[in-house]
Design a protein around this ligand. Sequence first.
Ligand SMILES: NC(=O)C1=CN([C@@H]2O[C@H](COP(=O)(O)OP(=O)(O)OC[C@H]3O[C@@H](n4cnc5c(N)ncnc54)[C@H](OP(=O)(O)O)[C@@H]3O)[C@@H](O)[C@H]2O)C=CC1
Ligand SMILES: O=CCCC(=O)O
Length: 343
Amino acid sequence: MALCSIFCPRIPVRFRPKPISPLLSKPLFPLSYRVYSSLQPTPSTKDELGSVSIGFLGMGIMGSPMAQNLLKAGCDVTVWNRTKSKCDPLVGLGAKYKSSPEEVTATCDLTFAMLADPESAIDVACGKNGAVSGISSGKGYVDVSTVDAASSILISKQIKDTGALFLEAPVSGSKKPAEDGQLIFLTAGDKLLYEKAAPFLDIMGKSRFYLGDVGNGAAMKLVVNMIMGSMMASFAEGILLSQKVGLDPNVLVEVVSQGAINAPMYSLKGPSMIKSVYPTAFPLKHQQKDMRLALGLAESVSQSTPIAAAANELYKVAKSYGLSDEDFSAVIEALKAARSQQS
Ligand SMILES: NC(=O)C1=CN([C@@H]2O[C@H](COP(=O)(O)OP(=O)(O)OC[C@H]3O[C@@H](n4cnc5c(N)ncnc54)[C@H](OP(=O)(O)O)[C@@H]3O)[C@@H](O)[C@H]2O)C=CC1
Ligand SMILES: O=CCCC(=O)O
């Protein structure tokens, strides 16, 4: 297929009609699948999909279900995780296992990485026995971790120095959307790799945005999560205030859910927050990391973000209370402690 076809205009994902059913909304072989790479024929059948060997690094809350969806769709998946035991369920489902990121990229055409933070994303890509050591020209590396732009650019440079292609593709959506293949990919980097990875992104997600140069996907993700972190902190304040003035916080959640400020997050997390339980979907430590990185982004362009700065302090307090691995909705505990200290 001619390379120029990669740049043929097509309907941006965000302008596509709303899906009628999950099956209809997620065809296994979307139109974009026709555009693959200059190096390989265009896959168009399930067998051809399985002929691209996929690597997946990081079997955490997000990485495991994402890799599982690729397996379920018939992909040839090889997994690696720092803590090896987390690969066992995937191997049980048919995944192959390699003992280092280097071995994964050496054997796979296209490798995804879903790691905790900038430090781990850089180490897994660029460290000893890292992805860079095994990757080579004709292959691709897609980092779906949430990191800052500088870290992503560093990883991109090292991957591209080998002749391989790089795409950053952090995701919006949490544990359940990851399980349901309903993530939103915020991609940037090599356009050719974006097209090459598209059918696989479409297995794991419901939409994807291509945002241009490496760093733009990271920045978009951080802005989105900065908003989310502030929303959650504000919601936590509201729940506690409603209780303190004698209102039923469950009714507050219901009222919020019917109005213009409704967000699925409130109905999803509110009832458990009221019961002081925080089943982890998005770990609080990662939300605080994202607030910190978003504040750094804001500082780099002298943008004032006082609301996010205040919310970040609450996540830091919650972390100091040992709530790092709880869901980020546990930020409410930081406000409870402040309240009990005052009274
Ligand atoms: N959970 C969520 O709702 C969402 C999370 N994200 C982002 O996705 C990324 C992953 O999140 P999530 O799956 O929830 O996180 P988890 O904490 O569940 O998983 C983190 C992964 O990173 C690995 N890891 C951590 N430190 C290192 C290291 N030093 N070297 C090698 N591997 C390491 C962990 O390995 P090990 O098992 O050995 O600890 C694990 O595989 C984060 O960037 C997060 O911000 C994005 C959207 C939603
Ligand atoms: O980074 C985590 C995002 C969680 C979400 O989008 O629901």
